[in-house]
Write a protein that binds this ligand. Structure first.
Ligand SMILES: [Zn+2]
Length: 125
């Protein structure tokens, strides 16, 4: 069981992309692909069905940031279309990768907590 304060535990899990069960191993294979299980505590990540929720929130957050920047640049500087594309297409890719890890980690953490809570309520009955 983890004895850290909950907010530090959650932040560490999200920022570093660590296993919510043992906090020792990364949950990611390569950059943004989830592993099937933790190689230290054998927690099975494949049972937490994330669906498209994580991708939806990445698109939502990155879309808001990119559109705000694009509109701000257009209103104040009126750069050419090619310059806009040079700036915003790589920015979209980089921001998507940066936001995917913590958002996926957050949804995996939620799945882990719900599963743990569900198991606790089953034992109480
Ligand atoms: Zn683990």
């Amino acid at each position: 069981m983890n004895r850290q304060k909950p907010i530090l535990y959650i932040l560490k899990t999200l920022i570093l992309g660590l296993c919510p069960s043992c906090l020792k191993a990364s949950i990611f294979h390569k950059i943004i692909i989830l592993k099937r299980d933790c190689h230290i505590c054998s927690e099975d990540f494949s049972k937490y069905n994330l669906g498209d929720a994580d991708n939806f929130f990445v698109i939502l957050v990155v879309g808001i940031i990119i559109m705000a920047g694009l509109v701000f640049a257009e209103i104040h500087y009126q750069p050419s279309l090619s310059l806009q594309m040079i700036i915003w297409i790589p920015a979209t890719i980089i921001l998507s990768i940066l936001f995917t890890r913590p958002i996926k980690a957050y949804f995996l953490y939620l799945g882990y907590k719900l599963d743990k809570k569900r198991k606790n309520t089953q034992y109480e009955k």
